[in-house]
Design a protein around this ligand. Structure first.
Ligand SMILES: Nc1nc2c(c(=O)[nH]1)N[C@H]1C(S)=C(S)[C@@H](COP(=O)(O)OP(=O)(O)OC[C@H]3O[C@@H](n4cnc5c(=O)[nH]c(N)nc54)[C@H](O)[C@@H]3O)O[C@H]1N2
Ligand SMILES: Nc1nc2c(c(=O)[nH]1)N[C@H]1C(S)=C(S)[C@@H](COP(=O)(O)OP(=O)(O)OC[C@H]3O[C@@H](n4cnc5c(=O)[nH]c(N)nc54)[C@H](O)[C@@H]3O)O[C@H]1N2
Ligand code: SF4
Ligand SMILES: [Mo]
Length: 678
């Protein structure tokens, strides 16, 4: 009889982190299903969870450290790899100083303790240069909301009467959010979707505003104009809890519905209807902004304008509105207070001061330029974990050239990726089923501990790797915990909990009760303590104080050489950026990349479904088969290509030279292109 065992943990095939049962026989994972008692997913899973078994035991999984030799790699023992990496890091430090060494953390290890460890390591080493996927993800929305209301709120879908999804498509990107929205709809909530495409969620909507890419600010300002003009705003909240209302009210006068129609293509009547739907439901209006509005040259101010709606509607931190969640109060691993290194010139902090001030992030695109130019100082070594920027960062040829030119490039991954192919050392990394860590779910304010279910020889978890390298480099005192389990225990104890408690509660432990209307007795985390329709902070940095609207370049100064506009990156449920293309079942369902095209464009270009086209931007070109959509599914003149494919890499087209000036986010969702049949 095989020895059978079931362990509860969290799925990390995406950042939703659903609770799962993992079934083992003789120490081998044989199945995964949903764990019903966790409030987050209530036993539901998407198809990716079960694919974790395929991923963990994939025949292509890296199981031995690799060292570059000529064009290929040789397997070497782990201890030798760590010794050599430590020696070579010391040599780079000796020659160019500590700040010439950097870390890059990708999406796959998330944003909690694994991220903090990476930040800790690089600071303990003496460099401020921490890079991550957040040069293009999340920060844009976080900044937009933090500037206005001090933090990024959690939509209270369950109690909402009107759900507004702004440039987000949860059926593909956030399955649990979809469940919550559907529950709200069944209880009578209206659903409003703002998206240039008829996405899976737009299909379900009561109102769908198919705006032109990058025009979000004009629509949001137009809604504010309507709410103010019709007297449908929360006067009391605005008077007691906001700054800059009069200036904003004056500014939005330029955005009556007819002007909004001009800017966005959304019919004036629909703008009025959207404002009415929100006004009727206020304050129970839950607004969620996705990745769609982030990747634009006026992205942050557009998102700020959307964020202002919370206060106008009185929905901020109200039941059914956008709640400001309490964070998990526990010890942090970062060393920003203990070892301040700002004086060393974190890469990009001069260009994008908000990015560094709010998040202590360096700017990846500036990082590539710095590697290639040595300006303002040499950046010569990088350890990259859990990311694949040679596919996911804009302007792929430049990324490849830069990473390939480093004196030392170390990549930790589960597979030999396009990025790992450029490395001097490739180290096999532990998957989420091979490590212990803490995760919070802000909606329920719970903390859950994941379990180390497997252990593979030579495959290190994140902590063990940083620990072993730090001890070799002489700053082991910053990594005193024996292993990840001990470290996790230390974090838990700092919050008054124990590992035993966490292990006994796979459904999570609520760390703070859910509260609403906290602004009644405590200031918001903005400089003024109030909602900031106008921002002194931004003004002092030379940015507009109000969330001003600027039309996207393709509308403001159209270039006849590039008459189409390309959106990139709309998610597909079964793939995750560059991940899971090696799962056979998934390849049967979606065999390869395709670009979405409007039928009128297809006929004017004489293109049939399945034909291959060449798309060319000012950065480069790709060839990719066409999927002709129906007329309502995408705007004419607009194309959509999902990123992450080696076979047709969207980031051969995207800009690493055009940014939102506040966040430094690259232009990836309104790229001017031309199209030819090949
Ligand atoms: N299966 C799967 N899930 C994922 C991911 C994945 O790769 N695969 N990635 C994860 C990550 S890291 C992230 S950041 C999230 C992203 O989560 P979402 O933002 O919900 O995901 P997207 O599918 O990119 O949805 C963005 C939508 O914005 C629309 N859009 C494009 N341009 C604009 C615009 O200018 N304005 C507006 N209003 N809309 C626009 C697109 O058509 C698209 O439907 O998904 C996460 N979940
Ligand atoms: N054109 C375009 N580009 C985009 C976007 C877009 O919308 N359009 N979206 C952007 C966004 S929002 C994001 S977040 C980024 C994401 O960009 P990346 O962070 O580069 O994400 P992935 O491509 O998923 O790469 C994750 C890598 O980690 C590996 N991995 C998986 N599990 C583990 C683990 O447990 N440990 C370690 N060490 N490695 C692991 C995987 O095999 C994979 O190679 O892409 C961005 N790129
Ligand atoms: S949504 Fe799917 S992939 Fe993401 S955590 Fe849940 S089950 Fe895993
Ligand atoms: Mo992301």
């Amino acid at each position: 009889m095989p020895e059978k065992r079931t362990v509860q943990t969290l799925c990390r095939m995406c950042d939703d982190r659903c609770a799962i049962n993992v079934y083992l026989e003789d120490g081998k994972i044989v199945d995964i299903d949903g764990y019903k008692d966790h409030p987050w997913n209530r036993g539901r899973l998407c198809v990716k969870a079960r694919a974790a078994v395929d991923m963990v035991y994939h025949p292509d999984r890296l199981l031995k450290p690799l060292k570059r030799s000529g064009k290929g790699f040789d397997e070497i023992p782990l201890e030798q790899a760590l010794d050599e990496i430590a020696e070579r890091l010391s040599a780079v430090k000796e020659k160019h100083g500590a700040r010439s060494i950097s870390i890059w953390k990708g999406e796959a290890i998330g944003f909690a303790q694994e991220e903090e460890m990476a930040r800790r390591f690089v600071h303990a080493l003496g460099s401020p240069n921490y890079f991550s996927n957040d040069s293009m993800c999340y920060n844009g929305r976080y900044f937009g909301y933090r500037l206005v209301e001090g933090s990024w709120p959690v939509p209270d879908y369950d109690n909402s009467r009107c759900v507004v999804l702004w440039g987000a498509n949860p059926p593909h990107a956030h399955p649990n959010m979809t469940q919550m929205i559907m529950r709200a709809r069944r209880a009578g909530a209206k659903l409003v979707v703002v998206d240039p495409r008829m996405s899976a969620i737009a299909r379900q909507a009561d109102l769908h505003a198919a705006l032109k890419p990058g025009t979000d600010g004009a629509l949001a300002l137009g809604l504010i104009q309507q709410l103010i003009e019709t007297g449908s705003y929360d006067r009391q909240f605005v008077e007691s809890c906001t700054v800059g209302f009069d200036e904003l009210a004056e500014y939005v006068k330029a955005f009556p519905p007819e002007a909004v129609e001009e800017h966005t293509g959304v019919p004036a009547a629909l703008v009025r209807e959207m404002a009415r739907a929100m006004a009727v439901a206020a304050p129970r209006v839950a607004v969620y902004v996705g990745n769609g509005p982030e990747h634009h040259e006026n992205g942050i101010n557009n998102i700020r304008a959307v964020a202002c709606l919370d206060a106008i509607l009185g929905a901020l931190d109200r039941e059914g509105g956008n709640r400001l969640a309490d964070g998990f109060q526990a010890a942090h691993l970062t060393l920003y207070d203990e070892i301040p290194l700002e004086h060393l010139g974190p890469i990009g902090a001069d260009r994008f001061p908000v990015l560094y001030d709010f998040r202590q992030e360096c700017h990846t695109m500036t990082g590539m330029d710095t590697i290639l130019s040595g300006d303002p100082y040499p950046l010569r070594a990088m350890i990259l974990t859990a990311g694949n920027p040679a596919i996911t960062n804009p302007n792929t040829p430049k990324v490849r050239k830069a990473l390939g030119s480093l004196d030392l490039f170390v990549v930790r991954d589960l597979f030999m990726t396009e990025t790992a192919e450029l490395a001097d050392y490739v180290l096999p990394a532990a998957s989420f089923l091979e490590r212990v860590e803490l995760h919070t779910h802000a909606k329920y304010q719970t903390v859950t501990m994941t379990r180390k279910i497997l252990e593979l020889p030579d495959v290190q978890d994140e902590y063990q790797f940083w620990h072993d390298l730090a001890h070799r480099l002489g700053f082991g005192e910053h990594f005193p915990w024996k292993d990840e389990t001990e470290l996790t225990g230390w974090i838990l104890r700092s919050a008054g909990l124990s590992p035993e408690q966490a292990a006994a509660h796979p459904e999570g432990i609520q760390y703070a009760p859910i509260r609403y209307e906290k602004w009644k007795n405590q200031p918001l985390s903005t400089p003024s303590g109030k909602v900031e329709f106008r921002s002194r902070y931004l003004e002092d940095l030379g940015y507009p104080a109000l969330p001003e609207y600027r039309p996207p370049a393709y509308m403001d100064s159209p270039d006849p050489d590039y008459p189409y506009v390309l959106i990139t990156g709309a998610r597909k449920l079964i793939y995750y950026h560059s991940r899971f293309h090696n799962i056979k079942r998934f390849r049967t369902a979606i065999p390869g990349p395709e670009v979405e095209l409007h039928p009128d464009d297809a006929s004017s270009l004489e293109i049939a479904d399945g034909d291959t086209i060449r798309i060319t931007s000012r950065i480069g070109s790709v060839e990719v088969p066409v999927k002709i959509m129906s007329k309502s599914e995408i705007l004419p003149g607009t194309l959509q290509l999902t990123h992450g494919w080696r076979e047709a890499n969207a980031n051969l087209l995207t800009h690493d030279d055009r940014f939102d000036p506040i966040s430094g986010f690259p232009l990836m969702k309104a790229v001017e292109v031309r199209v030819e049949k090949v």
